[in-house]
Design a protein around this ligand. Structure first.
Ligand code: ZN
Length: 288
């Protein structure tokens, strides 16, 4: 992942500076894809449209704010930008309260409803047990469905997924009956057949090779914990990466610290980073 210049924007409410990192290039290495369309890609972070001011917590459409300046991501800031913190992300409640206030532009309303859907589903991702949707989430989804254009092939598939998650399995399969024969459509169809209304992770090209021993692993940091500096030092010692690269990695968790290494080496790195306070998981390495 290559970071672009960090852009400094100004909050319209409190006038304080806010930092927006930009990304020049990334990839979907280690990414997780979900049936609701959300992608979690450590090497290609989400670029949200609606964010929260880190100072006064007002909601901001970040691309509508005037830039105050920009710099390389980790440079010494101009002293007037010293308190330029990175923006925060809205919670499920934030999206709902904005929707209750009413949004005039339908593009923005659609965005908020999509993000509210994803934020609600975030509680369901990577969970052992299935958590049913709240009434508030369901009514948001029902309105979101009306905003989707069935004549557009992609939106029709999204609408089918919305209907499946609302347990309207008949409507969902009707929408998919005319859909193209693509992996996503097949996955939603098989979930409909099982009567499964929950968001699910999509495993593209899942070809299990049970006989081949798994030799290659990735070390993924999911949290750096309270001792950020200690973790940065430990990663530098373990990887030989430059300070800039290590800081970018730490600031973009979950992030892959090392990839395609032996289990023994992966466990040793994991233990050292855990000692420094980071939360680490090992992941199977898949060649791109
Ligand atoms: Zn503010």
């Amino acid at each position: 992942m290559m970071l672009g210049p960090a852009v400094i924007k100004q909050c319209f409410a409190c006038s304080k500076p806010i930092k927006q990192n930009t990304i020049l290039s990334g990839n979907t290495f280690g990414a997780k894809f979900w049936t609701d369309g959300k992608r979690e890609a450590p090497m290609l972070p989400d670029q949200p449209w609606l964010v929260l001011c880190p100072h006064c917590h007002v909601s901001l459409w970040i691309n509508e704010l005037q830039p105050l300046g920009e710099g390389t991501p980790w440079c010494e800031w101009d002293s007037k930008f010293m308190d330029a913190f990175h923006y925060d992300l809205p919670s499920l409640d934030d999206y709902f309260s904005l929707l209750e206030q009413g949004i005039e532009e339908s593009g923005k309303e659609q965005y908020l409803r999509l993000r509210a859907w994803w934020a609600g589903n975030d509680l369901r991702r990577n969970q052992e047990t299935d958590i049913p949707m709240s009434a508030r989430e369901a009514s948001n989804l029902a309105v979101f469905a009306t905003m989707l254009d069935e004549s557009d092939a992609d939106e029709r598939v999204i609408k089918a997924e919305v209907m499946r998650e609302l347990s309207c399995f008949d409507e969902a399969s009707e929408l998919l009956a005319r859909a193209a024969d693509e992996p996503m459509v097949e996955i939603i169809k098989s979930l409909i057949e099982k009567g499964d209304p929950y968001v699910r992770q999509i495993h593209f090209n899942e070809t299990p090779t049970p006989k081949a021993p798994i030799k290659q692993f990735n070390v993924v940091m999911t949290r750096f914990g309270a001792n950020r500096i200690g973790v940065i030092k430990a990663i530098r010692a373990l990887t030989g990466l430059s300070p800039i690269a290590v800081k970018a990695l730490v600031d973009n968790v979950p992030a892959t610290v090392r990839e395609g290494i032996s289990l023994k080496e992966a466990v040793s790195i994991k233990n050292k980073l855990k000692e420094a306070g980071a939360t680490i998981k090992l992941q199977r390495y898949l060649e791109a």
